[in-house]
Structures are given as structure tokens and as C-alpha cells.
Design a protein around this ligand. Structure first.
Ligand code: SF4
Length: 126
């Protein structure tokens, strides 16, 4: 079943100006984009409609280190459709060795072509 003509509003997050962009869809196809001040805004809303992505930020449990949790993030955005799977995976992870800020915790996280990196340094408990 195809959707009838509808409009969706977005706030562009590509720069601090925060343009309010309106997208008109007809049976799921973009027919008009208004309100953007530049091409980045158009690219942003097209991606939001076809394959929205986000940088995932979370925390991984640490064992034997100075903090119980180490904040992490993906080094690039991942599909919003993968966020729940990614959070489940992060819940299973444990960090046992000291890390430095920016260190890769998991390379090619979930086979998505992104790395999961630590965003805070953490030492062993003395
Ligand atoms: S449309 Fe362009 S000017 Fe407007 S918020 Fe997005 S990036 Fe900034």
C-alpha cells in the first residue's frame, strides 16, 4: 500500500543555523523540498527519509579498571535501524585493559564498517 501525499518537517542539524525544512512526499517519493538555505540541508533530509543515520553514543562495562563504565561512540554514523542491535551488542561487551581516549574498542563494529571507540581514558585500579 502506498502512502498518500504528505509533508514532513525537519530541523537541519548540519550547521547551527538550524533551518526548518519541509519535505513533500507523494506516494513515498520526494516531490518538493523547501526551507533549506543550502544543498547540505537537502542532502540531510533526503538521507533522513531514505536511510537515517546517527552516531551511537553509549557506555561499556569495565572490569578491574578505575571506572565502572567507559563512554564509547561509533566513529561514524550508523543506520538508525541498527541502533537497537548495536545497543544489545554494547551491553555484552566488557573492557578489562586500560584504554586511552579515541582507542578502538571494536573494529568494524557489527560489520557496519565503523569502529567503536572509547571517548574517555581509563587506567587499571592501583
Ligand atoms: S540547510 Fe544549510 S544553512 Fe540551513 S541548517 Fe542546514 S546546513 Fe545550515
Amino acid at each position: 500500500m502506498t502512502e498518500p501525499r504528505l509533508t514532513k518537517k525537519f530541523i537541519c542539524i548540519e550547521c547551527p543555523k538550524g533551518c526548518e525544512i519541509t519535505v513533500t512526499l507523494d506516494e513515498g517519493t520526494i516531490v518538493e523540498i523547501t526551507g533549506n538555505s543550502c544543498e547540505k540541508g537537502e542532502a540531510y533530509v533526503r538521507a533522513e527519509i531514505t536511510n537515517p543515520t546517527r552516531v551511537l553514543t553509549s557506555s561499556v562495562l569495565a572490569e578491574g579498571l578505575e571506572f565502572k563504565m567507559i563512554p564509547v561512540k561509533t566513529n561514524k554514523p550508523i543506520s538508525k535501524a541498527k541502533l537497537i542491535t548495536a545497543m544489545r551488542e554494547i551491553k555484552q561487551l566488557r573492557i578489562h585493559d586500560p584504554v586511552h581516549c579515541g582507542e578502538v574498542i571494536q573494529r568494524d563494529f557489527l560489520g557496519l564498517g565503523v569502529n567503536l571507540i572509547a571517548t574517555r581514558a581509563c587506567k587499571k585500579v592501583e
